[in-house]
Design a protein around this ligand. Sequence first.
Ligand code: ADP
Ligand code: ADP
Length: 217
Amino acid sequence: LVLVEADHVGCTYSNGAALTVALQSATCRVLVNDRIALVGPSGSGKSTLLQLLGGFEPPTSGCIAWPLLGAREQLRPRHIGFIFQMPSLLPPLSVIENVELPLLLLGESTDLARQSAKIELERIGISHLADKLPEELSGGQAQRAAVARSMVGKPRLILADEPTGQLDHRTARDMLDAMFAALHGTGTALVIATHDPAVVERLEQEWTIRNGYLEVL
Ligand code: ADP
Ligand code: ADP
């Protein structure tokens, strides 16, 4: 049950005349239910690989495929959730409005979107914050709201880029607890790029990118 499969994918960015090789070659696959930590020094290509695995950035070399997520490009965003280091909530919208937004963008009715967002806030333990604005939240609360937003569409795969990077130890642990509890039994796979050993030890696999290279089979 392969969700995404990367075969020697590489990514080079060009800004005018300057070329940056962000990722040399990554070969890996993510299966249903996987819990993967993506580690490696800063600048080794972790963010870039997450972008490629999510289909947000095309590889400049190699192949990438999402066998279970449907060939249709338009369907993929529905199946993939993304969590950033900064919570990146939209400031003028309340917590629940932020969480329901992905569903509205996918064309769901306002009633259904609101209902799903409510359920998601409960699952992640922040129902009481539904009507707050992002600026009223602590860092940990904001990151939980971002987690709820990434999960509201019931994605098959969640990609997270340093999700605990801005949180203290205890807040990070609470956020992970809430996230794992919400994911339990869903089959949703998780790939987390992280420098945090406390995060790594809670995941089942550890992938290390070295100088832009990753090979895990
Ligand atoms: P990591 O997440 O491991 O820190 P990144 O994937 O962010 O690594 O970056 C890998 C390399 O690619 C770095 O040298 C970074 O500066 C460069 N890079 C990443 N994104 C871009 C971009 N959009 N344009 C130019 N260079 C980039
Ligand atoms: P990380 O915290 O994982 O190291 P970065 O802070 O390097 O991530 O990058 C965050 C985002 O900014 C990445 O997704 C990448 O696409 C973009 N980025 C990184 N480096 C550059 C760059 N030199 N030029 C343009 N965009 C970049």
